[in-house]
Design a binder for this molecule. Structure first.
Ligand SMILES: Cc1cc2nc3c(=O)[nH]c(=O)nc-3n(C[C@H](O)[C@H](O)[C@H](O)COP(=O)(O)OP(=O)(O)OC[C@H]3O[C@@H](n4cnc5c(N)ncnc54)[C@H](O)[C@@H]3O)c2cc1C
Length: 456
């Protein structure tokens, strides 16, 4: 997405010649939509957060305004799987922070110790403000949440929520990079609960997408590029600097360019830039987890046998689901009830489920064939949803090393990386390893790099 957005922006600038090299046979990277028998199946991202404007602005610019859809928020409810039972997340939660007391007190998710920890947080404002992170400091998400709410909330809610986005471990993730708004609230007033209770609720739907799927954005941008500018199946094997130009090496040829926008995943970018300066090696060492998506689509006829609760889906906290009966712990991290989150993604009465695997177990799963992964998804989904019939359509996508983990100290490393890359004229680094993994941030970043490179 970042690379295509950059190319799209360059194409809009007057009189600039450029080439977009893409190793695979299609554009879009992890953005891929399969449209089949009335189902719109997202193989990677399924939406963007409404709060950030850049994806919406791009869609409108591309003439896709009529395609824009909001999530069905009257059905918005997320469940947590607790020993084969789906328990709704209490109403009024902003991530792991409650904005209302009654739902917390009534929820079977929490022990009395966890409820007490929530109640105490609001009264520890001064102490929390004193111990807040100073400018330039960082800590892990786990340690930040633990300081506010204790172990149980950290394991039961914070861990699965962030695993659903990053697939990784909250012990390693940087709180300043992934929850900057909470860090700011802590600095200002100490208690997150008091701060959020004072904020007025925003009633806009949380997620936005396109009726025909997110790949439409990529397809429309590609239509705006000169066809001879796109070279699919062209893997870049090295970048060198000679005679004031970047020499881009492909199999069989080397081509010179004054400006180069590198939009490859961090592990590839690291290989490309390591020979240019040793420090790229350490600054681009960004751990990434792999993701596996398994979509199961049930026609209206088969869906009659399903009992899917009202909501957007559920998360699987590993801490609540050590399975004593089967000895195997669940590998599923989350499941989306796609047809409820967005209408237009399944025919009337049909059901579309999307299981998401990642984290520690992903490397082993990447090597399994589609049939095994579909049957694994079926078994693990049945823990929360009861026995599932055979789906009419099943689809598996593997995304190796696709979700970078912003580790503690990430912002500091990014400042150093920016300084280093700025010392090489005409070099621009974009992609999800740096300043945000979500599509709006990548679109903004890609377009800014395109503008800078074209005007240099
Ligand atoms: C399962 C999943 C669900 C997600 N859900 C959401 C969501 O709902 N909302 C959201 O906002 N974000 C979501 N994300 C995150 C978001 O989709 C990604 O962060 C984003 O799409 C990554 O874009 P990118 O431009 O960084 O690169 P990528 O999509 O990783 O693309 C990199 C491109 O570089 C190409 N390439 C690699 N090496 C070379 C080479 N040597 N030469 C030439 N080309 C090369 C690749 O083929 C690929 O096309 C999700 C991610 C995953 C994996």
């Amino acid at each position: 997405m970042s690379g295509v957005a950059a190319a799209y922006q360059v194409a809009r600038e007057p009189d600039v010649e450029f080439t977009l090299f893409e190793a695979s046979r299609r554009l879009g990277g992890t953005v891929e939509t399969v449209r089949r028998d009335g189902f719109v199946i997202e193989c990677g991202p399924d939406s963007w957060v409404t709060e950030k404007p850049w994806a919406r602005e791009l869609a409108i610019e591309l003439g896709l305004e009529a395609e824009i859809i909001a999530s069905n928020d009257q059905r918005r409810r997320t469940y947590l799987l607790q020993n084969r039972r789906l328990v709704p997340m209490p109403d009024g939660m902003r991530m792991m922070v409650p904005t209302r007391w009654a739902p917390i007190m009534e929820s079977p998710l929490f022990s009395w110790q966890a409820r007490l920890a929530y109640l105490r947080e609001a009264r520890r404002a001064e102490e929390l403000k004193q111990s807040a992170l100073r400018d330039g400091e960082d800590e892990s998400v786990a340690s930040f949440v633990r300081r506010h709410f204790g172990d149980e909330v950290t394991d039961t809610i914070a861990a699965p929520l962030l695993a659903g986005v990053f697939g990784g471990k909250i012990e390693a993730l940087s709180v300043c990079s992934v929850m900057p708004a909470f860090v700011k609230l802590e600095r200002e007033g100490g208690s997150l609960i008091s701060a959020l209770q004072q904020q007025r609720g925003n009633s806009a739907p949380v997620f936005t997408s396109l009726k025909s799927g997110l790949e439409t954005l990529v397809e429309r941008m590609a239509q705006e590029l000169p066809s001879n500018a796109i070279r699919l199946g062209h893997e870049i094997s090295s970048l060198t600097r000679r005679g004031g130009l970047w020499q881009v090496k492909l199999s069989g040829s080397t081509e010179p360019f004054p400006e180069v926008i590198v939009a490859t995943p961090a592990h590839v970018t690291r290989q490309l830039l390591r020979p240019i300066h040793a420090e790229f090696d350490s600054l681009l060492t960004v751990d990434a987890t792999s993701a596996i998506v398994v979509a199961l689509a049930f026609s209206a006829e088969r869906a009659k046998h399903l009992r899917i609760p009202r909501g957007f889906g559920y998360l699987v906290p590993q801490a609540l689901n050590r399975d004593r009966e089967s000895e195997d712990d669940p590998q599923l991290l989350a499941c989306t009830f796609v047809d409820q989150k967005f209408s237009h993604r399944a025919p009337n009465g049909a059901v579309l489920l999307r299981g998401f695997f990642g984290g520690d177990t992903a490397p082993a799963l990447l090597n399994q064939d589609d049939a095994s992964l579909v049957s694994l998804a079926n078994r693990q989904l049945s823990r929360g949803l009861g026995e599932l019939p055979e789906p009419d359509i099943s689809l598996v996508r593997r995304w190796p090393l696709s979700l970078p983990q912003y580790a503690v100290g990430h912002l500091d490393r990014m400042t150093k990386l920016a300084e280093l890359s700025d010392s090489f004229p005409g070099l621009h680094l974009i992609g999800n390893a740096y300043h945000g993994v979500g599509l709006p941030d990548l679109i903004r970043e890609g377009r800014e790099a395109g503008r800078r490179a074209a005007r240099a």
